[in-house]
Design a protein around this ligand. Sequence first.
Ligand code: ATP
Ligand code: MG
Length: 451
Amino acid sequence: MVSSPTPIPATPELTDVPAWPGPVGASRGRLSPRDIDPDALKVVRKLLAGGHEAYLVGGCVRDLYLKRLPKDFDVATSATPEAIRKTFRNSRIIGRRFKLAHVFYGPKIIETSTFRTAPESRGDDDPLITVDNEWGTVEDDARRRDFTINALFYDIASNTVVDFVDGLHDLDRGVIRTIGDPVVRFQEDPVRMIRAIKFAARLDFTIDDETWEALLDTAGDINKCSRARLLEEIYKIFRGGAARRSFELLLESRLLHEIMPSYLALHRERLVEAGKDRPGREVDPILFELLDALDEHTAETQSVASNGVVLAILFAPLVDDDWSGAPRRTIDRALEELMNEFSVALGVARKDRELAREVLVARHRMIDLQRGSGRRRSTLAQRQHFHDALVFLGICVRAYRAGGSELQFWQRLAAQATRGPAEGERRARPRKRRRRPRNRGGRAAGDAGSS
Ligand code: ATP
Ligand code: MG
């Protein structure tokens, strides 16, 4: 039998919402309050003091339980967005799809959302969610979430995890499982299929059999969701530190065949042309080396690669890199053409496409220019995209196991650039000192009081 955390009074302004009946699932798992962001704690305490229910929720509870560093801390509460806004002067209501509040502490944002209920479908045969803004109880809020491991609430008053969906059990066994019928949940919001893969890869979890079967059956629906959300989840997948495993799962589930058919066709063409076509091989194997290198980069630097670098990695194996003597315009046109179908289908922003192109070209220029003229080198080093180009060169050096000396050379140049105008440069061109106009008969400041 499970012990209930101390019941917290129902919110005054939500009179029609039934009072919280207490958790129906397990309520265990102690997290160390020391690991919780102090500002997130402040938000929860202040909401509780105002008579609302409030918990830490979602990814942060999951990550703390797994002893991983949470990316951010979210709060769920019975207070409406307007009540949250009134409670915190440092807050703002945001959201079009559904309203929630951001509470600001310097650059940090604590996302604070009101308990919501699972939205109604449109009533026809298509369960795709279109409206999503019905307030509910904490249990409703757990059940509308995507996976059991993402639906845990942390009650700071009793120091317990409140679990309505057996999420702790799934965390213990390392399983990704949708809440409710997986076919329905994936049809409601097809982006959840990519999220299932993202979490499985990132946490090194397996996907529950029923959830996986449903994913395979529903993969064909993936393009029903908005391109913008799809692309954002794809970028997240590549930046999340488990790009290789995610890519393998996207291939295995055939989601990738639905999302990027033209991209896979380009790989096929290249494999056939290069005589590297083998049974079961769908992409150039160097792509996996590049994704491994990207994951190593993410783990080592704890930084996220830009969208441009992600695109450059995806297209690097497809670039015909025999550019000797070709004018820049021709190279640009060839790269544009290569990325065009993919970019249009997914709505890739022009600036990300341009950055990918610059970064792909810069890699070759960096190798060619290492022994080139000093002036051309410093123009490249000063370019805005230089940092991204350097990240990409580093990833390519790992993946192709070549170009290490060029990388070191450019890293030294980058280090010099961040130190400001190089020492040598300052010595070569001494800054003109402004001389104080000579005070006739007077003294230099340093002489004051010497007499
Ligand atoms: P991350 O560490 O990547 O931020 P997260 O679990 O915090 O992981 P978010 O995308 O930040 O993921 O979403 C926060 C929470 O919102 C999730 O934990 C989940 O409970 C819920 N959620 C997010 N997207 C969906 C969705 N498409 N359907 C249902 N619930 C969702
Ligand atoms: Mg999050």
